[in-house]
Unconditional design. Structure first.
Lengths: 361, 361
């Protein structure tokens, strides 16, 4: 009975309602990378632990996940993890090097490298994140805050796996894609199974929604996306969809191929700040929810300048159902905390006001 | 009489015809940064001279400009220069540091910094590039190859001026824009005068077309572009337009704001590879020419893979007038020269064939 009530509370949360395009009292808001370096609580933990230690110790991952939920009135939590550990589970040697970001010491460059990649269940390779989700759900019990699980999308995983770390041009990954289509397809098949299974396992562990991050997909032409990437994102989303929880499909730089992103799947499409939210939604049609789309740099601005930009976004989709407010990409390390607090509260207050106007008219 | 004939030959060149949306026998092609590090001839010169020496010695700048025109059947030259020297003319201390790219030692951060920026005529501050244009025109006499002059657009110039060099997030320049609108407007006013005057002077020195590079504008939201950048690009283009030569307005990451880019001006709109060329042209309408839009990384692919992508672009705009084939951004240093040669010839041959089919049908 208690469980049923709790489940009901969760299902009635603003965030999950918006995922289903139902009316909400106010626009829900959460922020990509909301648990992270801009928070002093997080930095304090990072002095004691490496990123991988935080990710792989369920109690710590749970603690980090809860930090922003204690500090701000956010409408959803997202499990503290990273998009790269699934690659470690496949046999790639991953590390986070201070000042350099992620490094993979044995990147994928050939058919043999792809053959060596292991496809094992997330229960085995990513048990720590699944356990962190169970812990966090327990901690959040009764608070009515849904928890989001996530994975990198196949292309973004492939980018790191092939480049061996971050890369601005992505020459290696695109060259593999263009020159060795058979190797590429085998690589992407494996990655889509791993990503899909990981997402599904997170929902089974208690996540109420899933986000697939295709952070670097905007570097592709629609031509290449459609032929070499879309089928694999589609496959990962298909597997994850067996969970029945809503799926957010996120990318950046996708203004020129939003319809293809949508075609690959997702109940909610992530939109970055490089296109007006209303214009993007018009291209997508009313059958999906949208998430976005404030420029993360706006959080560095004075409050009035930040407020103006948040207002503009909310005004532009006024009266529509299914908007989840977010940044267009992850929150940056030096972001002033006070601006985060004010933004979260402002989005609730202002959207509530807009909704009331709407009813009056 | 000879002059008239030569002028006529130039005006009848594929490139200038395409700028005017007139029919051409084949699609014209040139490549951004076609004079540059991927060419052994260029690297040989760079062993003896710094980038700034090459730019500031008219005979050398002319030589570099001609290198790709000797090597490939390109339909236009672009004067060898850089988008940053105009900043030097304004009083900023610019250098190109090996491995790091451009550095500005006294970046613009305050109202006082903006006040100090000098707006002087290009004839005084950029005489070397104007002279290089005169020399190159002389060398090209009778070859019927138009020469393009160019400048950074106000926002891209501001990005470097404020950040003090390259930057992936552009926190400083966006923060100045958002927080200090009055300082920003004074800065952008000065930059638009300088860029506009520089472009105009290049046309007067003999350039048959002008390109305004807003390489980083795709980092802005349409909201910010429209209010804080567009009026200044518009102003620079307005000044340059007094020359009567066609103007190419180029940016990357602009799929979500192509209409605004067009509104700022230009006879030809540059389109990067992140949107289908036909889709972009449909958004822009038939009143403008388009330039683009091959992914520069496609030049690293095997010939068959490269050819497929070039074919796809040409097929997608078949039968339309006013397409100038180009990359979506500058050619990269490690690009294989042989692929450049084959691409240039293929674009001519294949488009000629498409045109003939068109006539037959």
């Amino acid at each position: 009975m208690v469980t049923t009530l709790k489940t009901q509370t969760l299902m009635d949360s603003r965030f999950l309602k918006a995922c289903r395009r139902e009316a909400t009292d106010a626009t829900p808001i959460w922020l990509m990378r909301q648990a992270g370096r801009y928070m002093p609580e997080y930095r304090a933990l990072r002095e004691k632990y490496t990123i991988l230690e935080l990710i792989k110790t369920p109690a710590l991952a749970c603690e980090v996940t809860l930090q922003p939920l204690h500090a701000f009135n956010l409408d959803a939590g997202i499990i503290f993890a990273d998009i790269l550990p699934p690659l470690q589970g496949m046999g790639l040697e991953l590390d986070f090097v201070r000042g350099e970001g992620p490094v993979i010491y044995n990147p994928v460059r050939s058919a043999e490298d792809v053959d060596r990649l292991q496809v094992r269940p997330a229960e085995e390779t990513l048990a720590f994140t699944l356990e962190a989700i169970r812990l966090t759900r327990h901690e959040l019990a009764g608070r009515g805050i849904p928890l989001i699980g996530f994975s990198g999308a196949p292309f973004t995983l492939a980018s790191y796996a092939v480049e061996g770390g971050g890369s601005s041009r992505r020459v290696k990954v695109k060259s593999l894609m263009m020159n060795q289509p058979l190797v590429w397809h085998r690589l992407m098949s494996k990655l889509s199974e791993v990503a899909g299974d990981y997402l599904l396992a997170q929902a089974q562990a208690g996540a109420q929604a899933l986000q697939i991050f295709d952070s670097w997909v905007g570097e592709l032409s629609p031509y290449d996306y459609e032929r070499f990437v879309m089928p694999y994102s589609q496959r990962a989303i298909e597997i994850a969809s067996q969970s029945g929880v809503p799926i957010i499909h996120f990318g950046t730089g996708t203004s020129g191929m939003l319809k293809l992103i949508q075609q690959a799947g997702g109940d909610v499409i992530g939109v970055d700040w490089r296109i007006g939210l209303a214009q993007a939604w018009e291209m997508l049609g009313d059958a999906v929810s949208v998430q976005g789309n404030l420029d993360p740099i706006a959080l560095f601005a004075d409050w009035e300048a930040l407020k103006t930009r948040a207002t503009n976004i909310l005004d532009s989709v006024k009266g529509k159902r299914g908007h989840i407010f977010n940044l267009g990409h992850g929150i940056l390390p030096e972001t002033p905390v006070e601006n985060v607090r004010r933004l979260v509260d402002f989005v609730h207050e202002y959207s509530q006001m807009l909704n009331q106007e709407d009813v009056t008219v």
